[in-house]
Ligand binder design. Sequence first.
Ligand SMILES: [Zn+2]
Length: 181
Amino acid sequence: MLEPRRIKHCRSCGSLIAYLVPSDDNRERAVCGDCGTVHYENPLNVVGTVPAWQDQVLLCKRNIEPRYGMWTLPAGFMELGETLEAGALRETDEEAGARVELQGLFTLLNVVRVGQVHFFYRAQLTDINFNPGPETIEARLFREDEVPWEQLAFRTVRETLHRYFEDRRRGRFELHFADIV
Ligand SMILES: [Zn+2]
């Protein structure tokens, strides 16, 4: 998860940026002191999956900062030109080298503090031959009582896993909304 972005230099001319409220606006924007270009900054979407195999879920041990060495569900920033679903499949392939069938949106988590919205899909693994990419040290399956709760990389992952096992116990999966503060 990234800290909120702060722009230092104009993307058009390279001059220094000042944060100020433009005359026709109502909030601070990154405005170029030279060419006047206004750089709008908006939340980013993070999309991922809860890949399941029988009573287990697939987690990835991070090979990158932040949270190097901690465990996460496969997830990452959505790319331009893709749908949420395509992003979820791509991240699952890139980080875990896993093939899944999506089963529906499961959590929608606002992370206002860092300007992000996280979406996790439930997903059914079609096999358990994982081939993790360079962002992942290890990808493996965990039963609920094996999940390394104290070594999870992100609160959105903890929230999603918690809701997942809770719903599975009840025998009914729902779409969950939460604000992560
Ligand atoms: Zn400029």
